[in-house]
Design a protein around this ligand. Sequence first.
Ligand code: ADP
Length: 687
Amino acid sequence: MAQKGNIGVTSENIFPVIKKFLYSDHEIFLRELISNAVDATQKLKTLSSVGEYKGELDDLKVEVLINSKEGTLTIRDKGVGMTSEEIDRYINQIAFSGAEEFLEKYKDDANAIIGHFGLGFYSSFMVSKKVEIFTKSYKEDAQPMHWSCDGNPEYVLEACEKANRGTDIVLHIDEENKDFLENARIEGLLKKYCKFLPISIVLGKKKEWKDGKEVETSEDNVINNINPAWTRKPSDLQEDDYKNFYQELYPYTSDPLFHIHLNVDYPFNLTGILYFPKVKSNLDLQRNKIQLYCNQVFVTDSVEGIVPDFLTLLHGVIDSPDIPLNVSRSYLQSDQNVKKISNHITKKVADSLNDIFKNNRLQFEEKWDSLRLFIVYGMLSDEKFYDRAKNFVLLKNVDGKYFTFEEYKQLIELNQKDKDDTLIYLYSNDAEAQHSYIEAAKNKGYDVLLLDGQLDVHWINQLEQKLEKTRFVRVDSDVVEKLILKADAEKVTFTDEQRSCLTTVFSSQLPKVEKTEFLVTFENLGSSAQPIVLTQNEFMRRMKDMTAVQGGGMMNFYGEMPDSFNLVINSAHPLIESVLEKEENSCQEKTSPLLVQIAELETRRSSLKESHKDKKDEEIPIPEKEEITQIDEKIAKLSADKKVILEAFAAEEKTVRQLIDLALLSNNMLKGEALAQFVKRSIEMIK
Ligand code: ADP
């Protein structure tokens, strides 16, 4: 006698729900049914291994059969099967309360709904007009049963004939979902969800080409690798196994740098292999390459929220039964287990890097340039990672030598402390362009770091906060004597008048460079240093660099500013002294009378101003006000005359422009027409 009944739903008929709400993600029905089949098969293996099942196991594969004529898709396993009571208990009764509210919230997320209600099996109704179960339990003398339901809550359960143990789930695919009867579609889905399931999944037979035709062989077309590398013991695996598995995951990519085999069983279960890929510079290109599995069932390849952001740049596989499979992403991110897993992965990655660093420093150094992006990103985004990484993170200097923080500190401690006991880390972000500055620093016995990575602007800021009494200074941000101020600098001996004249002389010969400003200053750098040096203020330059990395916002203010350079004139250099001497010899005769007049005018003005000191504006006699205005005009006129004289001298005196050009040249700023003129002038001066 056939049993008839309504499926036990506590509040509402679930079928319209399944059809109505689960319109997206239809394909996951296949994952759910295959997971059930695999579970049933593994249960049988377990029962057999503990002696509760004594029969033959046979070939425990799961088969997927497409019958396009009948319009059916069958998932067949040889697992534990179900008795009549079990069907009643597991299939006919569905806990289903508080449904409406939940469904409204998650209507676009089939995963969440299926997970919440334990509807794995029922997801088959997303694509079927009718579903049948043919099942025979492993239990002795079990009666094979047939269950059938056509999408309204009525089901039929009756005895049937079935020779073999296990379960066939037969889906009568509905009109809208006919694509699930195409071999290629099913094969694609199986490859996506079942690639590493622990039981062989078979879709038809392998095909081969014979006499120009594709024919079926007698060999099963097995979709999956049932023993993927991450499920094996690290001690059983060779380097090549890891590389081969990487190729299995990402065919045709270049080999990874390192792998990390994760293997935890307390306080949660987690296995997996993470790979550090060879990186290109673009941060976004490589994201979402980690695949998340739950007992070898593929769940997702978007792992944000499960692994820390900086590790989403890694590749590989994570498998954990403790990551809830069928839940929404927001739920996943707030799950305590998931948080623990994320922390654990961070720790494990740091530990592994530390091990490689300790055991094979040379290899670590060789791969450092590719690794540093992850590590710096990790240090910037995760305090805990910073604390772990600070022991193995490397600093590279311009000569390609690598140092840990501690080693580097020791290296520069003696020589690179300034007068306030601050340790100065000199760095270059472009060894080529800043070559002359690097050389100057090296000649002084300083070491120069190479910090040319795309996150280094931020990293430098972080390190200045983390490392004690430390400042980073780019080699070209000041003249070498002032990069690390050991004591108060030697005084410039020029008088104000001499400074003023030289400023006019050199300013007049400065080239016009777009969006660039020059400010003439004087330093006593000693007679052996360069006569003129160009420097760029560290703070301003860093602000501009940050703008370039981040763009937008308040920072844009700095991006719009012109580049501002200091043209530092070395008052102690013989060539500068000689320019000054020549200037005085050739101009003083003409400028002296002007200066005398200016001085007289200034004296007169001072005395007028002095007499006005205690008076209100309206008490000052108008003629005196007019006189001051006239004095100012005269002084301006005399100064302009003086300027003309000095500029005429500067134009004649080739050394001036030559010295400026040499300074520009060592900064890579002498280009085009100006460069051509420089070459021409140099030849003339040699003649
Ligand atoms: P879940 O798998 O999350 O428990 P399902 O609705 O997918 O929910 O399945 C309900 C139950 O039905 C399973 O727990 C299992 O006991 C039984 N079941 C489903 N499919 C099979 C199968 N192929 N073989 C044996 N039992 C099965």
